[in-house]
Design a binder for this molecule. Structure first.
Ligand code: GLC
Length: 754
C-alpha cells in the first residue's frame, strides 16, 4: 500500500501545485520520480468518449457503445439493470484505457426545457439518487472511477458558466442536493465534478460551503472534486474553496499562482496537501486496474438494446400494440431510416454499431409488406410533398408506424430548448396521417418531454423511445412486436403545455441570476399541489398486461421515526403475458409545521411476473423517508402525526393507502427568541408552558375590556397573536412588573432550561 503521506513529504511545492491542475484536456500530471502515474478521464455518461489524442478537447472519439441516455435509463426504474450498464461501461473504459468516466449526471429536471435533460435522470431526487448510486457501483465494481456531476444546482444551459442559481436552503437540501447525497453516501464516487454556475452568488468551483462543509465534512466524502472543464475562475480561491483538481490543463499560470499563494502564506500548505492527498489516493487506486484488451461489442450492443427496450414507455395504447399479423405496414419518418439515438455536446459517442429501425422492424415483421415514406426531412424545414406521400402510404396500409425524432440540434449541452414542440412538419405529418389512418402508432425519439395536445387524440398508440442509444432501432421493434413487453415508466412529467410548468415564470432568469421561485415544487410535486392536469404523470407507463395491487401491509401502525417502517403489497399479473411492474411508494404527511408537497416518492422496486403470478413486494422506509429539512433547526426533522403510505403504479394511479402514526424521536431545541410572535410562543411546547400564566392573564384582560362575553375581544386577540410578544407586552407599559425585555428574557431562560 503506497504511503501517500510519505510521498507528499517528498514532493516539491511545484509538484504539488502541478498535480492539482490537468496536464492535458483529459489527463492529470504524473510524477515519475515518485511512481505516480497520470490519470486519464473521459466523458460519459452513457458511453465512453475517448479521444485518441488527450490534448484534443473535442475530436472524433474512438468507437464505443452508445447506450441509452439517462432519461431512458431512469425510465427503466431498474437499479440492477443500470448497475449492469455501469459494469459494461467500465469494461469499455478498461479497453480504451480510461481510469474515470465523467458521469453520472444527476441534476434535477427543474424544467423540461433543459437542454441536457436527456443526460439527467429525473425531476425526483429519490429516483435520481438511486439510479446514480447503481450506476456508480456498477462502474466502480470493475475498478474504474466515476465523476458525479454537476455539483450543484446546474439545472439549465442558459448562461451556465456565469449565472447564479438562487436557491433557498430548504429547497437546496430537499430537491437539488439529495441525489448527490445519496450517491456519495451509498456509492462513494471516486470523483465529484463541480458545476459551472454560481450557487447563491458564489461559483460552485470556489464554494467552500458546498464543497467542504457539505460534501466533504457533512457527507464524509473522501474522493476528489474536479472542476467542470473551464469552471475555475480563480485557482487560489478554488483551492481554498475545496476544489482539488482543475480541468482541463495545461494551465502553467494557474499552477504558478498556487505555488506563489502557498509561499506568500495566502494558502496554508496543508490545504494544498489535502487536495494532493485526495488526488493521489484515486490515481493509485486507478492504477491497480490494468487497462487495455478489448470489449465485447456485440454483447454490449445487446445490453444497450435490452436497456432501451426496458426504458421505453408505452404512453398510450388502444390495443393496437403489440403488432400481430398486419400484412401491410406503412413505416413513416426520417427517424425510421436514420436513428436519432443521442444528444449534442460532450456526451456524444462514436458508436460501434447503429441499428437501422426500419431494417430491425423488417426482421420481426416476417412476411408483412413494409412501405417506407420519409415524412419529414432531417432538419426543421417544411416539405408538404413528404407529408402528402406519407398520407398516401398510410391510407392503404393496415397500420402506420410514425417514427418521430426531434432534429439533432434541438436537444444539446450548451443551450436550452425554447419550446416543447415537435417541428411544425412533424405535427402536420402526424395530423395528416392520423386523419386517414386511425391505426397509427407514434414512436418518439427525444430526450425530454414534448407537448402532444395537437395530435395525440388521433393516434392509436404512442411509445416514448427516448434517446435510445445505438441499439434503439432493434429495441423499438422488440417492443412493437411484443418480444419485449414494455415496462418503462416516466421519470419526468409530460405537461400539457409549457406555460403549465412550475419553473416557467422564473426561467431562464436574468441579470445574472435565476431564482428557483417554485421552491420544493418541481415536477409532480408542483402539478399535485396546484392540481394542474398533465398529459402523462410522473411514474406513468403502460404494459401489454395488467397488474393488481392487493393486501397492503405495514410493519407497524404506530412507529418511531428512527425505527422506520416496511410496507408490503401483493402484486399480481392479471393479464395473459409476462410483464414487469415498477411499484412506487409515496409518502404524504397529514400535517407539518412547514409546507410540504402532497406526496413524495420514497421507495420503489421492479418485479417480473408470469401471467397469474403474485409476488409480495416489501419496501423499507427509513427516517429520511418521513423527514423534511427545517432551515430553522438546520437539520432534517420529523414531527409526530399521521402519515399516508401511498402504493401506486404511478404518482397519479395510487392503488393502496396505509395510514400510520409517526412518533418523532427528536428533542429539538426551541427556536423562540425576542422577536417571536405570541402564536409562535403558544405553538412551541416549552414556550406555551412558560407563557401560559401570562397569556391567560392577557386573554382575561382583553375579554374584560370588551364586556366579558364568550366572543368578547376575540378579534383583538387574533390581531395580537401574530405580533411579537415583546411588542404586545410593550403596549402594557407601566402595568408590567418589569421592563418587557426583562420579562421576555426571563421566559426565554425558562424555555432553555426545559
Ligand atoms: C463539459 C460538461 C461536462 C463534461 C466536461 C468534459 O462542459 O459540462 O459534463 O464532462 O465538460 O467534457
Amino acid at each position: 500500500m503506497t504511503d501517500i503521506n510519505d510521498l507528499i513529504k517528498q514532493m516539491t511545492l511545484e509538484e504539488k501545485a502541478a498535480l492539482c491542475t490537468g496536464a492535458s484536456s483529459w489527463t492529470t500530471t504524473p510524477i515519475e520520480r515518485l511512481g505516480l502515474p497520470e490519470l486519464t478521464v473521459s466523458d460519459g455518461p452513457h458511453g465512453v468518449r475517448r479521444v485518441a489524442n488527450v490534448s484534443d478537447l473535442i475530436s472524433t472519439s474512438l468507437p464505443a457503445t452508445s447506450f441509452p441516455t439517462a432519461s431512458c435509463m431512469a425510465s427503466t426504474w431498474d437499479v440492477d439493470l443500470i448497475h449492469s450498464l455501469g459494469q459494461a461501461l467500465a469494461e469499455e473504459c478498461i479497453a480504451l484505457k480510461v481510469d474515470v468516466i465523467l458521469g453520472p449526471g444527476v441534476n434535477m429536471k427543474r424544467t423540461p426545457l433543459g437542454g441536457r435533460n436527456f443526460e439527467y435522470y429525473s425531476e425526483d431526487p429519490y429516483l435520481a439518487g438511486q439510479m446514480a448510486a447503481s450506476f456508480i457501483t456498477g462502474v466502480q465494481s470493475k475498478g474504474v472511477g466515476t465523476s458525479l456531476k454537476h455539483f450543484a444546482a446546474n439545472n439549465q444551459e442558459t448562461q451556465r458558466l456565469t449565472i447564479s442559481s438562487e436557491v433557498d436552503e430548504r429547497t437546496l437540501r430537499e430537491i437539488y442536493l439529495p441525489a448527490f447525497e445519496t450517491a456519495v453516501k451509498k456509492a462513494k464516487p471516486w470523483t465529484v465534478m463541480c458545476a459551472y454556475n454560481k450557487l447563491n452568488g458564489t461559483y460552485c468551483s470556489e464554494n467552500y460551503r458546498l464543497l467542504v462543509e457539505i460534501l466533504k465534512e457533512e457527507w464524509g466524502y473522501e474522493g476528489f472534486v474536479v472542476s467542470d472543464w473551464g469552471a475555475v475562475h480563480d485557482r487560489v480561491a478554488s483551492l481554498k474553496g475545496g476544489l482539488d483538481l482543475e480541468m482541463p490543463g495545461p494551465r502553467d499560470r494557474r499552477v504558478k499562482s498556487v505555488a506563489e499563494a502557498v509561499r506568500s502564506g495566502e494558502v496554508d500548505e496543508s490545504v494544498l496537501d489535502e487536495s494532493v492527498r485526495r488526488i493521489m489516493r484515486i490515481v493509485f487506486k486507478a492504477a491497480e486496474t490494468s487497462k487495455g484488451n478489448s470489449f465485447d461489442i456485440n454483447a454490449h450492443h445487446s445490453l444497450a438494446r435490452r436497456i432501451a427496450a426496458e426504458g421505453m414507455v408505452l404512453l398510450k395504447n388502444d390495443g393496437i400494440l403489440p403488432l400481430k399479423d398486419q400484412q401491410h405496414i406503412a413505416v413513416i419518418g426520417h427517424g425510421a431510416e436514420d436513428a436519432h439515438f443521442q444528444g449534442g455536446g460532450s456526451s456524444h459517442i462514436n458508436p460501434t454499431l447503429v441499428d437501422n429501425p426500419f431494417k430491425e422492424l423488417q426482421k420481426l415483421a416476417k412476411n408483412a409488406e413494409l412501405t417506407y415514406s420519409e415524412g419529414y426531412p432531417a432538419g426543421s424545414t417544411f416539405d408538404q410533398k413528404l407529408i402528402d406521400a406519407a398520407v398516401i402510404n398510410a391510407r392503404s396500409a393496415d397500420v402506420a408506424l410514425l417514427y418521430v425524432a426531434l432534429p439533432d440540434s434541438i436537444e444539446s449541452e450548451g443551450y436550452d430548448r425554447s419550446n416543447l414542440d415537435l417541428t411544425p412538419q412533424e405535427v402536420s405529418l402526424i395530423k395528416a396521417v392520423t386523419a386517414v389512418q386511425p391505426r397509427t402508432v407514434v414512436i418518439l425519439n427525444n430526450g425530454a418531454p414534448v407537448v402532444m395536445g395537437e395530435w395525440i387524440n388521433g393516434t392509436a398508440a404512442v411509445v416514448e423511445a427516448w434517446m435510445m442509444g445505438q441499439a434503439g432501432g432493434g429495441a423499438i421493434a422488440d417492443v412493437l412486436y411484443g418480444k419485449v413487453n414494455p415496462s418503462g415508466k416516466l421519470a419526468e412529467t409530460f405537461p400539457l403545455k409549457l406555460v403549465d410548468t412550475p419553473a416557467q415564470i422564473n426561467f431562464p432568469g436574468g441579470n445574472g441570476e435565476v431564482r428557483y421561485g417554485e421552491g420544493l415544487f418541481i415536477g409532480y410535486r408542483y402539478y399535485d399541489a396546484k392540481e394542474v392536469p398533465v398529459q402523462f404523470p410522473f411514474g406513468h407507463g403502460m404494459s401489454y398486461t395488467t397488474f393488481s395491487y392487493t393486501n397492503p401491509k405495514v410493519s407497524a401502525v404506530t412507529f418511531k421515526d428512527k425505527d422506520g417502517l416496511t410496507v408490503s403489497v401483493d402484486v399480481t399479473n392479471t393479464g395473459m403475458v409476462v410483464g414487469k411492474e415498477a411499484v412506487q411508494v409515496y409518502v404524504h404527511d397529514h400535517k407539518s409545521e412547514l409546507v410540504r408537497p402532497p406526496k413524495e416518492l420514497k421507495a420503489f422496486t421492479k418485479v417480473e411476473l408470469q401471467p397469474g403470478e403474485t409476488r409480495t413486494v416489501t419496501l423499507a422506509l427509513d427516517f429520511r423517508a418521513f423527514a423534511y429539512y427545517h432551515p430553522g433547526f438546520q437539520q432534517w426533522i420529523t414531527e409526530n402525526g399521521e402519515v399516508d403510505i401511498l402504493i401506486g403504479a404511478s404518482s397519479a394511479d395510487i392503488r393502496c393507502i396505509q395510514t400510520v402514526k409517526l412518533e418523532s424521536s427528536l428533542d429539538l431545541p426551541s427556536l423562540l427568541d425576542r422577536e417571536s410572535t405570541v402564536r409562535e410562543w403558544m405553538e412551541d411546547r416549552r414556550g406555551k408552558l412558560a407563557l401560559a400564566p401570562l397569556f391567560q392573564q392577557m386573554t382575561a384582560q382583553i375579554k374584560a375590556a370588551f364586556g366579558g362575553g364568550e366572543e368578547a375581544g376575540m378579534d383583538t386577540l387574533g390581531f395580537l397573536m401574530d405580533m411579537p410578544l415583546l411588542g404586545v407586552l410593550d403596549f402594557q407599559g407601566s402595568a408590567l412588573p418589569m421592563p418587557p425585555e426583562d420579562l421576555v428574557d426571563g421566559l426565554l431562560a425558562q424555555v432553555r432550561q426545559n
